[in-house]
Design a protein around this ligand. Sequence first.
Ligand code: TXA
Ligand code: MG
Length: 350
Amino acid sequence: METEIIKVNPTGFDAKELEGAGEILRNGGLVAFPTETVYGLGGDAKNKQASKAIYAAKGRPSDNPLIVHIAEFSQLEEIVREVPDSARKLADAFWPGPMTLILPKNDVIPMETTGGLDTVAIRLPSHPVARELILESGCLIAAPSANTSGRPSPTKARHVAEDLSGKIDCIIDGGDVEIGLESTIIDLTEDIPVILRPGYISLEDVEKVVGAAKMDPGILSEDAKVRPKAPGMRYRHYAPKGNLVVVEGSKEAVIKQINSLGEKGVSAGKKVAIMASSETASCYKYGEVFAIGSFEDEDEIARNLYGMLRDFDTKGMELIYSEAFETPHMGRAIMNRLLKAAGHQVITVS
Ligand code: TXA
Ligand code: MG
């Protein structure tokens, strides 16, 4: 299949430019589109065949449920059994935006979309193109991240094309995304809200709105028996082809350790990459240094992470050493993705 690419200016486009994409969705086809977090691969959430096609295009296990994207809060009421107070409060605080809520589903959304679960994940994105596409298509849009399963989520239309060209009907190129990490997922089916995936909206942000909340023990624990509740958080994810190791500890000790590992790698004839902050990048003497962003600007670090992980593959990097980025607000989300990419290979130095 030939994948059509539609370029739109996210800050000044006409709804008409999305008419064709809306029609593809109504007919059961697949359209990748920008959101404020990462690019999504959309299909009509009420159409079982469309959901099956999404799984097939991504090579995604069929028990890993999709997020349903809506444009108005009333569309949430259409697809869930009840709307708890916490959902209203969180929606008031963070929608439109990078938050996904898990609630018990009714029969409107088929099990094919929710990976066989009787709960449904719902997000009301703030990106103008995502919102307009939902309205224009008249569909609720089921959309996972628009990458091949296991690869980093796409933050540019080019990343989507790399993975899915020829496998989907259309890509809407709305430029680079703003946040670069997937939405915070909050499960509202238990006694207190549980964060199943950290993101731009932090645990502290959630607590300010609903009082008590907690992180899913499954994503904090190194113990393989404590399984994450979100099926997608159980899989190997984001890993570059080269071997990625995170080095954490005091700044001086980290620089010394990475330089020593880098030197060994280079003298063994390996292609070595160093992932560092812009403040420390000049301290590394071996291999190719990639500056991910400033410690003073954690949004920049988050926004560049997935693109950089992809670049390591494009450039054939074999050994990758990264600093840790425990930044104040998004540190939990950034480190969750980085540690997954590293298969939890961490060296602690002091
Ligand atoms: O920012 C985002 O959330 C992006 C954009 C496109 O909206 N989407 C995204 O979707 O990251 P995806 O499919 O890559 O990740 C969805 C995650 C998976 O880990 C999945 O297992 C979890 O949400 N999930 C979906 N429905 C769930 C449910 N009913 N219960 C628990 N986890 C669920
Ligand atoms: Mg994903």
